[in-house]
Structure formats: C-alpha cells, structure tokens
Design a protein around this ligand. Structure first.
Ligand code: SF4
Ligand code: SF4
Length: 167
C-alpha cells in the first residue's frame, strides 16, 4: 500500500472492529517462531504456507485465511485465543521512528517511550476526527501494551463477534 495513505492516530476519533473480515483476505500473516509452534501444536503443518525463509498462515484458494469463518453475517477468527501479533495489531502500526509522512501527528508517548502510531485506511472500523475518550483511554493504551509485549489478552481491540464453533 501507499505508506503516505496511513492515518496518524491523532486524526482518528475512534476505532472498533466490525468483523467485516476484509483484513483476513489477501494479507499473508507472517508468524514468529512461538506463534508458529503454538498453532502447529493444534492444527499441524497443513495450517501454513512456507516461503522465503518465513512461515505464514495458510490461505484458501480465494486468498482468505483458513482460520476465518462466517458467522451471523460477519467473519470470526478461529484462532482468537492464540491469534498472531500481526492480526492483533491490525489496523494499527507502531513504529519507533516517524517512518512515514506526518510523523508529528503520529507521536505517542507511553511510559517515557516515544512511539509513532498509524492506522491502515483499509480498515472499515476507523472513524476520523479528534481522538475521543474511549480511543485515548482504552484502545490506544491496549494496542501499545500488546505491541510492546506487555499484554497478551485483547479486551478493547477486538470484535464483539468472537464465537465460532467447528461444524
Ligand atoms: S480490523 Fe478492520 S478490516 Fe479487519 S475485520 Fe475488523 S473492521 Fe474489518
Ligand atoms: S488468524 Fe484470524 S485474524 Fe489472523 S488472518 Fe486468520 S482469521 Fe484473520
């Protein structure tokens, strides 16, 4: 994507995941070693695509992650409890430098650490505007904690449509 299209967090009023499912189609999710092991233990090696020294979650023929399933008109993730970090963070991107344009509007200080946070405009859950209270006090802090490895569980940064039962 064109990186200049990324939205700095200061231009976002709020965000919530509507479980539209768009981000699980086309994106190839790379796994860290511990994520790979966790998924492989349950689903075996057929759950992955391998390429260029990296491991990815497998896509089905239509480009959709094999762990995404339809439910009540929305899409839910079967890996909810062991979801890879890249999935947990989408549509947020956390950087240590303002690597894209408009760095001034992306600066975020957390416990004395300066970060630069952007959102991917492909996500339909973004509401533009002045940052609102829920976004500032609940969503952004949770995103940062997850991104920095200080928190595992998602409370505010995932969809309400969480249940999927294997047929
Ligand atoms: S993160 Fe955004 S694109 Fe992905 S399912 Fe939620 S609303 Fe849709
Ligand atoms: S693991 Fe879940 S969130 Fe990640 S791409 Fe697959 S279905 Fe989407």
């Amino acid at each position: 994507m064109d990186k200049s299209a990324l939205i700095p967090w200061r231009d976002v009023h709020t965000w919530s995941c509507t479980a539209c499912g768009k981000c699980c189609v086309g994106y190839h999710v790379p796994l860290k070693m511990d994520e790979y092991v966790r998924v492989a233990k349950i689903y075996g090696y057929d759950a992955f695509d391998f390429g260029l020294g990296r491991v990815y979650l497998k896509h089905s023929f239509n480009g959709r992650c094999i762990f995404q399933h339809p439910s009540q008109g929305r899409w839910v993730c079967e890996l909810q409890g062991i979801k890879p970090l890249a999935c947990k963070l989408f549509p947020f991107r956390i950087h240590s430098k303002p690597v894209y344009s408009r760095g001034d509007r992306s600066e975020y200080v957390s416990n004395g650490q300066t970060l630069y946070i952007y959102l991917d405009p492909d996500c339909e859950g973004i509401v533009s505007g002045k940052p609102g209270e829920r976004f500032l006090k609940q969503i952004l802090p949770e995103v940062v904690q997850i991104g920095l490895g200080q928190r595992w569980k998602q409370k505010f940064t995932t969809s309400k449509y969480l249940s999927w039962t294997a047929p």
